[in-house]
Design a protein around this ligand. Sequence first.
Ligand code: GCU
Length: 335
Amino acid sequence: MTSPPLPEAWQRAEVPPLPAIGPEVVDEFARTIYGRTPEGGRLTELVLRSRENGVLDGAADRLRHHAVIACPLGDLELDTVTHLPAGASAEHPVPVVVALNFKSDEVPSAKVMKAGYAVLAVDYQQIEPDDPAPPAPGVRALFPTQTTESTETTETSDTTEPWGAVAAWAWGLSRLLDIADGIEGVDPAEPVVLGHSRLGKAALWAGAQDERFAVTVANGSGCCGASLFRHPGGEDIAAITTKFPHWFVPSFSTYAGNESSLPVDQHQLLASIASRRVYVASAEDDAWADPVGEYLAVVAARPAFGPNGIGYHVRPGTHDLLEEDWLHALAFAKR
Ligand code: GCU
């Protein structure tokens, strides 16, 4: 599948240099932006609640599972939906895409299912409510207050900031992968993690931290996703931390209006995922997500990857995760 051509002006834009990437880069992202996703959370129960065969015009079977994940201070319960492509079985397992949904009833299209991946998803707010003052707490209340770890080379090593909701959703994506391991017909090797918009930010943070993910797909992920802070345009730190303070560590807002003092930029997050693979997708009219900033981050990160290690497309249209975005991303993943 060929991607749409890139606007010519983009190809002349300035690409930032890529500093050396080591594990301390991921620590810097944890310290300054997302907070550290804690280790832990063990899948203790996975029950198949229902199975509908031949949904999506016969392209898939739909399985609903109830999962219990034991966390240090209590259990988190999740109701997941898995679409298995027709013909997938214990004898012929298929690779999996784990994804977070904005709503429980989102389903992949028949054409997406024909790409041959199982799609395992959960409504993201089952993991952590998307609310600065949630009426009921999510998984972050099931872990003791943590210290954001830093490497010895980092000067400010003693922060005690809570992890943000994006990091909580990233934790949830890793748990979906644990669940995938227990589903007949799914081959948990070479998994893909995919998300759109705020959930694209979470997919990137999951991909950076959980090395089991072979391919990370960030669609329309914008500010604090794939787009560069230092590229002007679209949402900035002031806007995102005013409207969504709960997504990040509280001190992230101190960089509002002062993007250039942030010790990292998002091409380094993409590069930190190498040698595993990354795919970024933009939409031309998605100005809020700054598609040019997303594209430049990909170009800047490219030296960290091998051939076919990082892919990108921009399509006409607005902020959305469309069938064509799925198909481009899965064609890349299969390569
Ligand atoms: C808002 C927010 C973005 C986010 C988007 C979404 O527009 O400012 O950062 O990506 O919501 O998740 O749809």
